[in-house]
Design a protein around this ligand. Structure first.
Ligand SMILES: C[S@@+](CC[C@H](N)C(=O)[O-])C[C@H]1O[C@@H](n2cnc3c(N)ncnc32)[C@H](O)[C@@H]1O
Length: 322
């Protein structure tokens, strides 16, 4: 996946104002903060350099994950029009950029963000990237914990933000998100054990609130994932030259791992099964790890299975099966 050209251009212009050495240092600190879960000065992104490093290094990755989830929503609910979006913990507006790429019909965007610096960066990216809707969106400077309720929107999303809150608080925010959503609530977290732990709890809460799990699960039952494993997916995205320099790598792409849950207000037909790992392809057979209505299963599709063989050759991690 490629970032929209206007967003690439805007990121390049924003980051060009800063010297490369301090950006590289900020990018290293960011990775260390997230890896250790120990923020600098009480915040994961304390300085302007951290925010610029984030838009250069992390925003393309979080954009890729959010875009993949929104694309799945469009695929599974093609009849639903998403005209408004509420983003909780918006940072530079990543989810809104992805929403505008997937849902042409979006008219109204509200972004709640606790850091004024992020709102400035988000507005500046939108202006530079000529994203008129986002530049004129309703940017709300607030701590989500201090808000009594959120205004109603079709889609309510929180990407890579709730994990920064205590789990009890994250659960309260998701209750409020559910109350505000007309169509669906989307929660995305890093594809780690810790990220998935939160997603699993929030999935149970959303089901208890009356939510219909749209993705990724093929059912509403208890999650069958064992304690030593975690449900996550990967989205590949192209790396810019700056991204490669700041993360000192040479590969032209990176795979962003993420865990997510989409709970819909509307009853919808779940996928029959979801592919949970890269399929293992051999000469005459393919092994596919699936989450199904009957729990986790590994199936083997052989060349002699005319009905499924072609599909099995092409299927990818995260796809629906068959
Ligand atoms: C890792 S960034 C993710 C930004 C963006 N959602 C993305 O996917 O790229 C987390 C964002 O959540 C914001 N955030 C964390 N706790 C918050 C709170 N209690 N209220 C509002 N925003 C919050 C942070 O300031 C930061 O901008």
């Amino acid at each position: 996946m490629q970032l929209p050209p206007q967003l690439c251009h805007a990121i390049a212009l924003e980051t060009a104002q800063h010297n490369l050495q301090s950006l590289t240092q900020a990018a290293t600190e960011l990775s260390e903060n997230y890896r250790s879960q120990r923020p600098t000065s009480g915040m994961f992104m304390a300085t302007a350099a951290h925010r610029l490093a984030y838009i250069a290094v992390r925003m393309p990755a979080t954009f890729a994950a959010v875009h993949a989830v929104f694309t799945e929503i469009r695929r599974l609910m093609p009849e639903r029009r998403i005209t408004s979006l509420l983003d909780l913990g918006a940072g530079p507006g990543t989810a809104a950029w992805a929403a505008l790429d997937v849902f042409d019909e979006v008219q109204q965007i509200t972004l709640v963000e606790q850091e004024e610096g992020w709102i400035r960066t988000g507005k500046s990216l939108a202006r530079t990237g000529k994203n008129v809707l986002l530049a004129h969106a309703d940017w709300v400077h607030a701590n989500v914990r201090a808000v009594a309720s959120f205004p109603a929107h079709d889609l309510v999303v929180s990407s890579y933000a709730l994990g920064e809150l205590a789990p009890k608080v994250a659960r309260e925010i998701v209750q409020m998100a559910w109350a505000a959503a007309r169509t669906a609530v989307v929660i995305i977290e890093p594809g780690t054990m810790r990220g998935f732990e939160l997603i699993r709890v929030l999935r149970d809460d959303l089901i208890a609130l009356g939510g219909h799990v749209l993705a990724p699960c093929p059912h509403q039952d208890a999650c069958p994932m064992p304690a030593n494993d975690w449900c996550h997916f990967a989205q590949r995205f192209a790396r810019s030259a700056l991204h490669r320099r700041l993360k000192t790598g040479t590969l032209g792409y990176e795979d962003e791992k993420f865990s997510y849950i989409v709970a819909s207000k509307h009853l919808s037909k779940p996928v029959s099964a979801r592919v949970m790992r890269h399929p293992l392809r051999h000469a005459g057979h393919t092994r596919i790890r699936l989450c199904t209505g009957d729990g986790l299963q590994t199936i083997t599709v052989t060349r002699s299975d005319n009905e499924h063989w072609q599909r099995a050759r092409k299927i990818a991690w995260g796809d629906q099966w068959p």
